[in-house]
Ligand binder design. Structure first.
Ligand code: PMP
Ligand code: GLN
Length: 379
């Protein structure tokens, strides 16, 4: 069969997690918490399963969960979304992103992707007949070069893909970034698909600014979120999309035929759990302690780094130490000292290699400490 994605193999996350397992390494590669979710959330799920909430949920999500998502958006960002028509519950941010791209992109349309970029964006664009236009972010801080974005816009540009807080770089968009984005699209029919799965994880007093916090952008944007990150349940695969009515309508048509609806008992459990906002508003404090712990240890290694502004990833650079390819360093580190990480070249379409490695610090403190002791010995 002729492949629709000839250049795509198994994702780097799967490859590195498997390698970590083979070598019994501490897995700081694939991004998922190395600890369990809240016992109360597990109990709620068990309760709803046992009480028989086991058939199809409504296509757009159960009303109470859509309301809790709208409440959260109002509490945290002072932006109102109508739960019934502007909030859609889906099976993870991966589905939200795919459905959003499918809703907006027509064959031949261009989508601007800022690299390094999460690996699902480009395949989603291409499978819909779109053309990805790749723009590199500024290194070392992963901020946006707005002149480059401006220069890349053509008649065919239909979408700009945004990711804040950024995976892998940890950069958190500022109000100025939102203004720059709006200035570029206000007079054209360009939409924004914003991946904000790390919305709850920002550090040093920084506030996450969803693209919809800019009134002009609110009307043009589909914002994708995930409960996997916020409640330590990456295996539940539940996410959501916030978008104005006309965009939500189109988004829902796609969701309807991708998965139709999302796990019923999990939606009920999450809706109950979210009744108390203190269950999500302190997540940044929890992860800031882990980032600080990890960065303190990194200072005693040979790597260079700028502490992440958000997300649960820390990127380090080794270009001053060697010319070795990042994939080789990542594999060697896994085999030689038993610590797995992600080579950042995997987030570039041309696999360019700025000699950066990404570590996930969403792990137990004892595992972070053990990993750091090993990284200190790595040459
Ligand atoms: N976007 C980014 C930036 C991610 O890091 C991830 C993975 N954790 C996803 C999307 C996918 O989220 P989900 O597991 O909810 O599909
Ligand atoms: N988002 C996670 C990461 O960046 C992994 C998701 C996946 O394995 N597909 O590591």
């Amino acid at each position: 069969i002729k492949s629709k994605l000839p250049d795509v193999g198994t994702t780097i996350f799967t490859v590195m997690s498997q390698l970590a397992q083979e070598h019994g390494a501490i897995n700081l590669s694939q991004g998922f918490p190395g600890f369990d979710t809240y016992p109360y959330l597990r109990d709620l799920l068990a309760k709803y399963v046992m009480e028989g909430y086991n058939q199809y949920a409504p296509m757009t999500g159960i009303p109470s969960l859509k309301e809790r998502i709208a409440d959260k958006t109002l509490n945290l960002h002072d932006v109102a979304f109508e739960a019934e028509e502007e909030v859609t519950v889906v099976s993870g941010a991966t589905e939200a992103l795919y459905a959003a791209v499918t809703a907006v992109i027509e064959p031949g349309d261009e989508a601007i992707i800022l690299e390094p970029a999460y690996d699902s964006y480009s395949p989603a664009v291409r499978l819909n007949g779109g053309v990805p236009v790749y723009i590199p972010l500024n290194l070392p801080d992963f901020s946006v070069d707005w002149q480059k974005v401006k220069d890349a816009i053509t008649e065919k540009t239909k979408v700009i893909m945004v990711n804040t807080p950024h995976n892998p770089g940890g950069y958190v968009w500022t109000a100025e970034d939102l203004n720059q984005l709006y200035a570029l699209i206000q007079d054209r029919e360009i939409y924004v698909i914003s991946d904000e799965v790390y919305e709850q994880i920002t550090f040093d007093g920084r506030k996450h600014l969803p693209v919809f916090s800019h009134p002009g952008l609110r009307e043009r944007s589909l914002v994708c979120g995930s409960f996997g990150k916020t409640f330590h349940v990456t295996g539940w695969k539940i996410g959501y999309c916030l978008a104005p009515k006309p965009l939500s309508r189109e988004f829902r048509k796609i969701h309807q035929f991708l998965t139709f609806s999302t796990s019923t008992p999990m939606q009920y459990a999450l809706a109950d759990f979210m009744e108390n906002p203190s269950r999500y508003i302190f997540l940044h404090e929890f992860y800031e302690k882990k980032r600080n712990r990890f960065c303190r240890g990194l200072k005693e290694t040979a790597f260079e780094f700028i502490p992440a502004q958000g997300s649960f990833f820390q990127v380090v650079s080794y270009g001053h130490l060697s010319d070795e390819k990042d994939t080789e360093v990542a594999i060697r580190m896994t085999k030689e000292i038993g610590v797995a990480c992600i080579p950042v070249s995997a987030f570039f379409h041309d696999h360019r290699d700025p000699k950066l490695l990404r570590f996930c610090f969403a792990k137990e403190d004892r595992d972070l400490d053990k990993a750091l002791d090993r990284i200190k010995t790595f040459r």
